[in-house]
Design a protein around this ligand. Structure first.
Ligand code: NAD
Length: 491
């Protein structure tokens, strides 16, 4: 472990009750994936430290949830403005701990800010229902009420956006909220909380605790936490779902993915190739919406393979802070090795590796976690590389007789996060919309990312729970509906 003084960003801190404190359990160093250098230290929060945050959150909730809703959203407006004003610094920091490009970091912050904007509309989103004369002389009203303290446990891959799928809605609805960000990317979270600190929330309403598995277990077992929002890999999502439910909590758990693109004969093939490659390789493929299996109608398969290959050849691997980089570093050396193993598996399984990025190097960054794009053709649906989440810059192409077979292949997947279709046919689009077993669908768009005023879908092994992140779904997650009946016989 490097000593604190050698590290560019020192030790990250918890934010509890409006105070910054260093957690006390031995943690790990935070590494810049492009350089291999340790840039910060994250210690983990003990059970007592989580307990303190929960008790502080409960105390803050008592006053906060009674504030008029119009007052509760004022710090969110301020937070939004601070995010706008500081997005370049925040994006630069995010790149240094994550490895993605500066443009990708700015893009994710934009999507995060959208959620703050939507949550500012909570006076409308919290409205439930009212029926006059629901029964003789009886009017009936439903009221959405906050519950107390909620927590979110988030992954490394969108450290600036994913916390904002939850935080603004949790507090706007009147709850208090605790974020446990990924230990691999804690600096972005700390910066977000630096802005929270300046936005005018009362102490204890929004809190940050760093940590790893044990910290999460304490959250899952804590009686004072009403519900947990989770985003991460499928095995962990399943565990979180079971443990949180067993402890009587609300839980929404988003897991991993394996997303398909279907390209039919009627599609604009050049456009489809560009969008497909963008979707597969953006953020070095470390996206739950990455489309990395492409099923192409056989009549245009050869043409499409050539177009994709030309697009892959245009990619530039490098430090995310360099302007011409299109593919940044992978999060860790360990993860890079995992992705390389998948590429080797693909070769062993008999898929043809027509672009091999494994030997690409980045000058001056010999210790970075770089892997150039890898493009396979003639992948089949039984291969590991077409079934498991790779989470790296690896793209596989396969052929199918037409839209029906392509949808069948896609629906064999255990996952159901996203899918895209490129077509020029309305009837194919309708078939896709009706039959595709995924929660986020796109036609003629590479990435099926919903705007913040729609929920973020997810089905099968990509989601455990019922109410999703973002928009009205998450408002329902963070509130309970009381039904109120009133009778005035004289009226
Ligand atoms: P991860 O599951 O390793 O970690 C996510 C969070 O869970 C972290 O905060 C981590 O500290 C905690 N954690 C890890 N192991 C745990 C355990 N055993 N018990 C309790 N907590 C634990 O995920 P990651 O590597 O940070 O993120 C990548 C994964 O997230 C990918 O699978 C990706 O598809 C998925 N993801 C899904 C979505 C979605 O919307 N479905 C969005 C983004 C990322």
């Amino acid at each position: 472990m490097s000593s604190q003084t050698e590290l560019q960003y020192g030790t990250v801190e918890n934010y509890v009750g409006g105070e910054w404190t260093t957690p006390t359990v031995d943690g790990e160093n935070v590494t810049n994936p492009a350089t291999g250098e340790s840039i910060a230290r994250v210690e983990y929060s003990s059970a007592d430290e989580v307990d303190d945050a929960v008790a502080t959150g409960q105390a803050a909730f008592e006053e906060w949830h009674q504030r008029p809703v119009e007052e509760r959203i004022q710090p969110l407006f301020e937070f939004k403005q601070l995010l706008e004003d500081h997005q370049d610094e925040l994006a630069e920091l995010l790149v240094q701990e994550h490895g993605k490009t500066f443009g990708e970091a700015k893009g994710e912050l934009r999507r995060g800010i959208e959620n703050v904007e939507v949550a500012c509309g909570i006076p409308s989103l919290m409205q439930a229902g009212h029926v006059e004369n629901a029964a003789p002389n009886i009017d009936e009203t439903a009221v959405r009420k906050p519950l107390g303290v909620f927590a979110a446990v988030t992954p490394f891959n969108f450290p600036g956006m994913i916390p904002l799928w939850f935080l603004p809605y949790a507090v706007a609805t009147g709850n208090s909220f605790i974020l446990k960000p990924s230990e691999q990317t804690p600096l972005t979270a700390e910066y977000l909380f630096d802005l929270i600190d300046r936005a005018g929330f009362p102490d204890g309403v929004v809190q940050l605790v760093h940590g790893s598995v044990e910290t999460v277990n304490t959250i899952l077992e804590h009686d004072g936490i009403e519900g947990v929002s989770f985003v991460g890999s499928t095995p962990v999502a399943q565990t979180i779902y079971k443990k949180a439910a067993a402890n009587g909590k609300r839980v929404q758990a988003q897991g991993g993915a394996k997303n398909h693109v279907i390209v039919t004969e009627s599609a604009d093939l050049e456009f489809a190739a560009k969008k497909t490659v963008g979707s597969a390789l953006a953020c070095s493929g470390e996206r739950c919406l990455a489309n990395d299996v492409v099923v192409v109608e056989e009549s245009v398969y050869e043409e499409f393979v050539d177009l994709v290959q030309a697009e892959v050849e245009r990619q530039v691997v490098g430090n995310g802070l360099d302007d011409d980089t299109t593919i940044g570093a992978l999060i860790s050396a360990e993860h890079e090795q995992r992705v390389r193993n998948y590429v080797e598996t693909g070769v062993q399984e008999g898929a043809e590796l027509i672009y091999d990025g494994r030997n690409e190097t980045v000058e001056g960054h010999e210790d970075g976690n770089f892997l150039g794009p890898c493009l396979f053709r003639d992948v089949t649906s039984d291969m590991v590389i077409s079934r498991e989440e790779i989470f790296g810059p690896v793209l596989g192409l396969m052929s199918a007789s037409g839209i029906d077979e392509a949808i069948d292949v896609m629906n064999e997947s255990d996952f159901g996060n996203a899918a895209s279709l490129f077509t020029g046919s309305g009837s194919e689009a309708a078939k896709f919309r009706h039959r595709a077993e995924a929660g986020n669908l796109a036609v003629n768009a590479g990435t099926a990312a919903p705007m913040a005023f729609f929920h973020f879908g997810g089905q099968k092994d990509s989601f455990f729970g019922d109410l999703h992140a973002q928009s009205e779904d998450v408002v329902r997650f963070y509130t309970d509906e009381t039904v109120y009946i009133e009778r005035w016989p004289d009226a």
